[in-house]
Design a binder for this molecule. Structure first.
Ligand SMILES: *[C@@H]1O[C@H](CO)[C@@H](O)[C@H](O)[C@H]1NC(C)=O
Ligand SMILES: *[C@@H]1O[C@H](CO)[C@@H](O)[C@H](O)[C@H]1NC(C)=O
Ligand SMILES: *[C@@H]1O[C@H](CO)[C@@H](O)[C@H](O)[C@H]1NC(C)=O
Ligand SMILES: *[C@@H]1O[C@H](CO)[C@@H](O)[C@H](O)[C@H]1NC(C)=O
Ligand SMILES: *[C@@H]1O[C@H](CO)[C@@H](O)[C@H](O)[C@H]1NC(C)=O
Ligand SMILES: *[C@@H]1O[C@H](CO)[C@@H](O)[C@H](O)[C@H]1NC(C)=O
Ligand SMILES: *[C@@H]1O[C@H](CO)[C@@H](O)[C@H](O)[C@H]1NC(C)=O
Ligand SMILES: *[C@@H]1O[C@H](CO)[C@@H](O)[C@H](O)[C@H]1NC(C)=O
Ligand SMILES: CC(=O)N[C@H]1CO[C@H](CO)[C@@H](O)[C@@H]1O
Length: 718
């Protein structure tokens, strides 16, 4: 029996509790001007009472002190971020990563402003202020965070600035695009883009080197708006006509009982997935309803220019598995970065050109054997074809050819005309794929026999993990700090090398055939160089060995280059031939770039170019001249830079370059390449082919020894 009094008590209790809950959540419901959130790992995010989405700070996985300003699903245990604040730099959007105790505030003019503890602005919403004044901001249940104006319109919405995900009710117009992240939990801008291009929405891979999209792309459909509608359908529309329904296929979406999201994954796959709103017994996951492209290992390739590294990076094998690229390394190769298999593979055994005979044949060919892999192919980077060819002929030809890393064999019994074909490939290998159904070729990998005693100098060093993605940082570093970008450097070195080879050929008539540089850098014929420079028209500078001219490469390279024409040497870098031919001569050349052997009474070889390249690389990294006496103890760049490296203070090299400081791993890798190039002993300097492969990440960069003999260090150091 319950008394009326206890009824009243119960009623009061419920009333007060409800009021309490109501008032506490009421504060969160609308974000008012002056409200702020701190990045301290504790502040409750902004969200509706029992709302589906939350707006606030999320610790970046694997980091203790950096936060993303993000929107995520509030009710599901799996952390799923659908939006994050980013800043645009020349490489495109990247996260506005906030250190601990940064804060985000809605200010009086209606801007959401993210500031660090020192009150420096890290990010702000691009609010359209108009005349209308800000009313409040709110995290809506659609996943859209809005800043509302007094006159009912929204001054800003997160839906207008998508990152890698779109949600029901959201759409992309001709100016909209999605960018993938770099890795599952690395929110830097990645390698893929979904965007509007010439009447269609397309999926595109981005060249991390030039930052431009590759020509190869996957079309999603024609139209000018990509809409994820309220009912859970993704469709493409144009101004007239009926919409093109993309997804889902053969499934009726049920937004009342499921969450839906469409995300451009870090691996390049655009996926529609769902998650139950009311999880049953737990253990729920995002399930994939639809994805494009169907076979990413075979798409996004520019078949005309035959470029692109594919979804798995250089020297790797890509297998499409439930729509996602499964990246593996072929025999004799291992991942550049164990933690991120999509960045490519490096050869365990680096075959340096010094290992080749002068006629290009392999030294001690019996050191090598072949490992075979069926159903695998590398469609590009072949430089030689044998036809007809038996498997034995194919093996033999690759074995004896020093450039050959891999041979692809089309089995005679499988080919239409009954003859076998053998394609020889050199490093780096690109767009490798494996497919039991569609590939009928066999790949032969040339690897050193397991008992071979000759070892590459590339013994992995602890702390070398980050030397992957060489190309990425180089372009990042160079772009901010240099006149030339890497392509120019590559071109200079290719050209120098190429001119060198020409001279070599003129002298050494026994050289049978011309070979390209054995990397994806290309060498240029004299004619091409002549055209690029408009017949050596515009002079940039003059050195003791020749004149440097400005040139422009055809559009697929799209870059200016500096071309050094080695006039004097040809008429007289006394022909300086290959490492077997040496010359002794007096000192000439631009001070600071010249290799020490010019000053010593020792032979001068092709390695003087490598030295100069190394000095130039350091100049670009550090953004200063190689000799600058005003800098006192830092006067000699090579010595100062190596000291910094040696003392574990490599970041000093890029003190004024934020991008460089943010990626010390790759900075270190490139610096190490430079220190190898400026070795005092010419024999220790790698050749340009090795240099370019190291920069591309196709081979490892061992830790360099001190480049200078101890007693020759400059006397300026106090
Ligand atoms: C948020 O603020 C606006 C303007 O003051 C008001 O109209 C609206 O009702 C508020 N919303 C909630 C959920 O309190
Ligand atoms: C709000 O922040 C924006 C972006 O930083 C700034 O331009 C604006 O002046 C700020 N408004 C006020 C009242 O501080
Ligand atoms: C600017 O504000 C006025 C009302 O003050 C509104 O009618 C108009 O649509 C707004 N313009 C934009 C671009 O938001
Ligand atoms: C896209 O951007 C261009 C240039 O900023 C602008 O003129 C155009 O109106 C925009 N289109 C849409 C649909 O917003
Ligand atoms: C979304 O698209 C589907 C398929 O075209 C259509 O049946 C549905 O009515 C649309 N829903 C809304 C809210 O527009
Ligand atoms: C609109 O899209 C349809 C296909 O959905 C296409 O046939 C038509 O040509 C497009 N119209 C325009 C003006 O782009
Ligand atoms: C990827 O491929 C390797 C080798 O074929 C296989 O062992 C592995 O199970 C695959 N991984 C996935 C996730 O399919
Ligand atoms: C490696 O093994 C091969 C036979 O497989 C043999 O001919 C060769 O002499 C061996 N080399 C060394 C260095 O042991
Ligand atoms: C999601 C997002 O905020 N995207 C923005 C990234 O930064 C650039 C420039 O700041 C904006 O244009 C994007 O819309």
């Amino acid at each position: 029996m319950v008394s009326p009094l206890s009824h009243i008590h119960l009623f009061l209790f419920i009333f007060i509790t409800t009021l309490w809950i109501f008032t506490t959540v009421e504060a969160q419901r609308n974000v008012s001007v002056g409200d702020f959130l701190s990045a301290d790992g504790e502040s409750a995010p902004w969200q509706l009472p029992s709302g589906d989405f939350a707006f606030g700070f999320q610790l970046i996985p694997g980091e203790e002190h950096r936060f993303l300003l993000a929107i995520w699903y509030a009710k599901i245990p799996e952390r799923t971020i659908v939006w994050y604040a980013n800043n645009s730099n020349r490489d495109g959007p990247g996260p506005a990563a906030a250190v601990r105790n940064s804060k985000v505030e809605l200010n009086r003019t209606g801007h959401l402003v993210l500031t660090d503890p020192g009150n420096n602005e890290l990010w702000s919403s691009g609010t359209v202020t108009n005349d209308s004044r800000v009313s409040h901001a709110a995290m809506l249940d659609t996943g859209n965070f809005v800043i509302a104006g007094e006159n009912s319109g929204n001054l800003w919405e997160s839906f207008k600035y998508p990152t890698d995900t779109i949600l029901p009710n959201q759409e992309l117009d001709v100016n909209g695009s999605l960018f993938s992240t770099l890795a599952e939990t690395n929110y830097n801008k990645g390698r893929y883009q979904l965007r509007f291009d010439q009447g269609s929405f397309i999926l595109n891979q981005i060249d991390m080197f030039t930052k431009k999209p590759y020509n190869g792309y996957y079309p999603l459909g024609a139209g000018s708006r990509l809409i994820f509608n309220d009912s859970g359908y993704i469709q493409i529309r144009n101004s007239s006509g009926s919409p093109l329904n993309l997804a889902p296929v053969n499934v009726v979406p049920r937004p009342e009982s499921n969450y839906y999201r469409a995300t451009l994954g870090f691996d390049g796959v655009f996926t529609l997935s769902s998650y139950p709103r009311n999880p049953g017994g737990g253990g729920e996951r995002w399930s994939v309803l639809w994805f494009r492209p169907e076979d990413i290992c075979q798409t996004l390739v520019d078949n005309t220019a035959r470029v692109g590294i594919g979804p798995c990076g250089y020297n790797s094998i890509c297998e499409t598995n439930n729509g996602r690229p499964n990246c593996t390394c072929p025999p004799g190769f291992s991942f550049l970065d164990e933690k991120n298999p999509h960045t490519g593979c490096k050869q365990d055994y680096a075959s340096y050109p010094e290992d080749c005979n002068t006629d290009g044949s392999t030294i001690e060919a019996d050191r090598f054997e072949f490992k075979t892999m069926s159903f695998a192919d590398f469609p590009f980077s072949d430089y030689g074809v044998l036809q007809p060819a038996t498997e034995l002929e194919c093996r033999q030809s690759c074995l004896l050819d020093c450039s050959c890393a891999v041979a692809i064999l089309q089995d005679p019994s499988l080919s239409p005309d009954g003859t076998g074909t053998c394609w020889k490939k050199k490093l780096p290998l690109s767009n490798g794929r494996f497919n039991r159904q569609s590939i009928d070729r066999t790949t032969l990998f040339k690897v050193p026999k397991s008992n071979a005693s000759r070892k590459s100098p590339d013994t992995p060093q602890p702390g070398d993990e980050n030397q992957n993605q060489a190309v990425l940082i180089l372009s990042a570093l160079l772009g901010t700090s240099a006149i030339f970008n890497f392509l120019s450097l590559a071109a200079i070195s290719s050209i120098l090398f190429c001119l060198h080879r020409r001279r070599m050929r003129d002298v050494d008539r026994t050289v049978h055939s011309r070979r390209d540089l054995e990397t994806n850098l290309r060498s240029f014929t004299y004619k091409e160089v002549e055209q690029a420079t408009n017949r050596f028209k515009e002079e940039l500078g003059r050195g003791a060995f020749g004149t440097v001219y400005k040139g422009e490469l055809p559009s697929s390279y799209g870059n200016f280059v500096a071309v050094k024409k080695l006039e004097k040497v040809v008429q007289e870098a006394k022909l300086l031939i290959n490492s077997k031919t040496q010359t002794q001569t007096g000192v000439r050349g631009t001070k600071g770039y010249v290799a020490p052997e010019w000053f010593r009474n020792t032979p001068v070889t092709v390695k003087v170019d490598v030295y100069s390249f190394g000095v130039m690389l350091l100049e670009i990294i550090c953004c200063r001249k190689c000799v600058d006496f005003e800098m006192e103890e830092e006067a000699i760049l090579t010595e100062w830079a190596f000291d910094c490296y040696n003392e574990g203070m490599i970041e000093k090299l890029v003190e004024n370059d934020e991008e460089g400081r943010n990626d010390l791993g790759r900075l270190e890798m490139i610096s190490k390449v430079a220190f190898w190039c400026v070795q005092y002993e010419p024999i220790l300097r790698p050749c340009m082919r090795t240099v370019s492969m190291m920069l591309e990440g196709a081979v490892q960069v061992p830790s360099p020894p001190c480049p200078f003999p101890v007693n020759s260090m400059s006397k300026i150091i106090v």
